[in-house]
Design a protein around this ligand. Sequence first.
Ligand code: GLN
Length: 196
Amino acid sequence: MKIGVIAIQGDVEEHVIALEKTLAEREEKGAVVKIKHWGIVGSCDAIVIPGGESTTIGRLMEREGILPELKEAAEARKPILGTCAGMVLLAKEGDEEVAKTGQPLLGLMDVKVKRNAFGRQKESFEVPLKMSVFDELFHAVFIRAPAITQAAENVDVLATLEGHVVAAKQKNIISLSFHPELTEDRRIHHYFLDLL
Ligand code: GLN
């Protein structure tokens, strides 16, 4: 099994480590590889788009020819996990801030996202989050987090906070406002690999 992490900018290393630990916990043989350019996505079984700066990640993915490859991977039903900036990039539609920057979106999830949805004063915070797929609360770390403000009927809402959707799933694609790679709780990475 090969899992790719888009490694252009952002918390790449944290996802790589989290995925390696998850594979070890599952006693599955597999490699986690970093995707910096065209030609790697096709050989991966699952792909993570990490948090960071969605404008930078989007533009560089476009320049490196990764965007069409990710669309193909999604069509082939490969699991894709987008966290924070990754949530923005997966969306079909963005808010005015997204429109203003002209950043490319993958359009793989039928949702509208708002960047920095929780306000500037509340840049970073942590909350015990109720997620529909787990019995126990998930300690969620939010950093200048986006959120889903509108979702089509084919999108499963996995968690909400302050009236916004902060975790969602559409077929093989999972989108999160927060950073599961920054805590030791591996349940989300397991849930992601369960889609394989
Ligand atoms: N607000 C950032 C963006 O939209 C995302 C922040 C993050 O990934 N921690 O690019």
